[in-house]
Write a protein that binds this ligand. Structure first.
Ligand code: FEO
Length: 398
């Protein structure tokens, strides 16, 4: 593999993963892949920043040894302990027993619990610095972006911020590393949003706190541990993250996510009437059949759009299971402050509306209407559905 430089003496030594189907065992990356970006700085002291999952380890270690012999590595900085960035640490410790691990105090316990590592660990407090020769690097704690022990590392000479999960995204690298090497950024922006909604959204407030805390730093390049390195427009990914995090309090943008599940087509008939009502209100809804779409792809729409129309039948006196699944995922990821309507068919018992509200009202979802109907929808039900669609479009446009 060719040598990939971030600056004269800073190198990318990461791994592209196009084999894993589910990131964290949960989120589909089978068609997009993901990268585990790791970095090496050569100076009087040689430094590795973040590592990789225990995957393609020969490739990973070959890249490092081409840049710096293992016996010459002085520091291994672990910004974050999740195993997609630390999975190779036990092997690396055998290859570079002299290297000192640098991490936050909260990471120490995790190093022992995940890997049994208890020695040659240096903890750094928020704002601590380290002289490695021609430069000083500094450490900035950003708790809960993504775990409580997380920090970022900043190179004061080159103004590169090594941000680990923060400002990252899904999507294996497509032959180039930097944002300025891609003419069409739509793929990475979309996959960064999906990554944010799946992985980071629960921690919106910590994200905003981190952005505020890091704002005094002069950042010329953002080098996250997933996805592109942003050297042309580092502010672009920061602003995207800020906007997405603010959706947690402002409810999102004009738009409606229309979720539906249907057993025999009756709720689907109503869904079409509601979609027509939404469209007549000036919004083209994002429509998802909850039985056929993975929550990973529905969460970004739920995060971004201010309005939600949730349509599902009652199933065994409770909520249609796939609708319950996506609403529980929305709760897990703190998708908050939406305008909402419910609609759905029931047979021998109601129950879906009650459960839908139970799951989402604690998130600050405000229901402006609902429509339950027995069996198939009648013409007067369809008319009400159209009006319900208009109502949610109006509320989602405010
Ligand atoms: Fe990419 Fe939270 O690990």
């Amino acid at each position: 593999m060719r040598e990939i430089k971030i600056t004269d003496d800073t190198f990318w030594v990461g791994v592209n993963d196009r084999t894993t189907d589910l990131f964290e065992g949960l989120w589909p990356i089978d068609t997009t892949g993901i990268s585990y970006n790791s970095y090496a700085i050569k100076d009087r002291k040689n430094v590795l920043i973040d590592l990789a999952k225990a995957f393609k380890t020969d490739d990973f270690f070959d890249q490092i040894s081409n840049i710096v012999p293992f016996s010459d590595i002085n520091y291994i900085i672990l910004n974050h302990m999740e195993p997609d960035h630390t999975g190779v640490i036990k092997t690396l410790r055998m290859l570079s027993p002299q290297a000192e691990i640098i991490c936050t105090p909260k990471a120490v316990r995790m190093l022992n619990e995940y890997y049994g590592i208890t020695e040659r660990i240096r903890t750094v407090n928020d704002g601590d610095t380290l002289d490695i020769g021609s430069r000083t690097i500094s450490f900035h704690h950003v708790p809960f972006v993504h775990w409580p022990e997380t920090m970022v590392t900043y190179d004061q000479k080159t103004n590169v911020l090594f941000s680990c999960d923060a400002f990252g995204g899904y999507g294996a690298l497509q032959g180039a590393l930097f944002d300025d090497e891609y003419s069409d950024m739509a793929f990475y922006e979309k996959e960064s949003l999906r990554y944010y909604a799946n992985i980071v959204a629960k921690f919106a407030l910590p994200v905003l706190n981190a952005i505020k805390k890091l704002s005094p730093l002069e950042i010329k390049c953002i080098a996250p541990s997933h996805g592109l390195v942003w050297r042309k427009s580092p502010a672009q990914i920061v602003e995207l993250y800020r906007r997405w995090a603010e959706y947690g309090t402002n409810g999102g943008e004009k738009g409606v996510t229309l979720l539906y599940g249907s057993m025999y087509g009756n709720t689907e008939i109503m869904m079409n009437a509601i979609a027509e009502g939404i469209a007549s209100g000036g919004i083209c809804p994002e429509i998802f059949d909850v039985s056929r779409n993975h929550p990973s792809y529905m969460l970004p729409a739920l995060l971004v759009n201010k309005g939600v129309a949730a349509g599902a039948p009652t199933y065994e006196a409770a909520l249609f299971p796939y609708m319950q699944n996506i609403l529980e995922k929305a709760a897990l990821k703190s998708i908050r402050n939406k305008k909402a309507v419910y609609f759905g068919s029931y047979g021998w018992s109601k129950g879906a509306l009650k459960k839908t509200r139970e799951l989402t009202e604690p998130l600050g979802w405000h229901y402006i209407g609902d429509l339950e109907f027995a069996g198939g929808p009648k013409p007067h039900d369809i008319k009400k559905g159209f009006e319900l669609g208009r109502l949610i479009a109006e509320a989602a446009s405010e």
